[in-house]
Design a protein around this ligand. Structure first.
Ligand code: MRU
Length: 363
């Protein structure tokens, strides 16, 4: 996607320097800054602190972090051992890679793409650090390609004048490019269709108000930010034609973990007979889980609920407490929408029903 006329991916890695660069999503929409992570620990920190976020972008970041760990693990080796790389690592190196893998996997426990990417790059890295780098880059390219196909299939649902509700940010910032829930909107625009997007603000971190709104504005898509609790009202007044959300992890039966608040939208949509779609690549589906009760739900700091951040008149970011002093908060980052509320999954293989997911699983 383009920002100020220049094409960007959300996250990328320079194989020569080992540096992972990413659009700093904590700075948006107030500043457009590229953050650089020089080692795998820096990249882990970027994932935990949500400098990069969103299921697909987290997956790409995790793959790059794992590749960085392999490069770091061979960097300090004596030349003799370095030449052997690919033929056998020392026990210390293997322990280092394993520790790195565990640290990466601990960053955002709900995001399926994180585990998917780490596993693939880890297996490649056991052959050589070079193979790890290639695998991480291939994963990032696949991430982009899947998102583009999701956009193409999903755009068939969009008519001129469609009004769509979305939750959180599942746009191109949440992937390497295009996004999941917003990809159909972007492709529909390329096809000359005009639609309108209602973006839930998405408390507590406001990914909708900050990121989705910024993306839509950047892409010239008409939109309004709406309070998280406005969905039932909008749907009851006939203002929404359908809902599209992304996903962080999907169980084999179609139960879907996505940003907290998604489940409520799905219940309301069903009440009003409004189609509710989940846009997602197959890499987000965890076929080892039979249903959504097995999906681990990340809990984040209560500070995200109790306070609010934004720029003051001088543009300096300030954080203020907005809750009653002395009260504590609970901050589950995701909820699980049972499959019966989901009209269909918009995937890179087409728009499919929950009971067809297993049939489409190839590898
Ligand atoms: O902002 P996050 O990483 O906590 O939230 C994850 C998400 O981006 C959403 O749940 C999104 O809808 C999934 S797909 C990008």
């Amino acid at each position: 996607m383009k920002v100020n006329g220049k094409h960007y991916r959300t996250i990328w890695m320079n194989n020569k320097t080992g540096v992972v660069s990413m659009i700093d999503q904590n700075e948006l929409p107030f500043a457009f800054i590229i953050h650089e992570a020089c080692g795998y620990r820096d990249t882990c920190h970027a994932i935990v602190s949500m400098i990069t976020r969103g299921a697909g972008a987290i997956g790409a970041a995790a793959g790059f972090a794992m590749a960085q760990a392999f490069c770091e693990g061979i960097r300090d080796e004596k030349p003799a051992r370095r030449e052997q790389k690919g033929e056998g690592y020392s026990p210390e190196q293997l322990a280092f890679f394993e520790r790195a893998r565990k640290s990466i996997e601990a960053t955002r426990p709900t995001a399926r793409n994180l585990f998917y990417a780490t596993e693939r790059v880890y297996q490649a890295g056991l052959v050589s650090a070079e193979a790890a780098l290639q695998q991480a880059q291939a994963l990032a390219d696949e991430n982009l390609e899947d998102a583009r196909k999701i956009g193409e299939y999903g755009s068939s649902l969009i008519l001129n004048g469609s009004r769509i509700l979305t939750h959180c940010n599942a746009g191109w910032l949440g992937f390497v490019d295009y996004g999941s829930a917003l990809a159909p909107v972007y492709i529909a625009k390329e096809q000359g269709k005009e639609c309108f997007v209602y973006a839930d603000e998405t408390r507590p971190r406001n990914q909708g108000a900050r990121l989705t709104a910024w993306e839509l504005q950047n892409e010239g898509i008409p939109h309004r930010i709406v309070p998280d609790n406005a969905g039932a009202h909008l749907m009851s007044r006939g203002m929404i034609d359908f809902v599209i959300v992304g996903a962080d992890r999907i169980a084999a039966n179609g139960d879907t973990a996505n940003k907290i608040g998604t489940f409520e939208k799905a219940i309301v949509a069903k009440e009003f007979g409004i189609p509710f779609y989940v846009a997602v690549p197959f890499s987000t589906i965890d076929f080892s889980l039979t249903d959504g009760t097995q999906i681990p739900i990340e809990e984040r700091s209560e500070d995200e609920v109790l306070s609010y951040s934004g720029p003051d008149a001088e543009g300096i970011i300030r954080t203020i407490r907005m809750a009653s002093p002395g009260s504590h908060a609970l901050n589950p980052a995701f909820d699980v929408t049972p499959t019966r509320f989901i009209t269909g999954f918009i995937t890179e293989k087409g728009i499919i029903q929950a009971d067809e997911l297993l049939k489409w699983k190839t590898s």
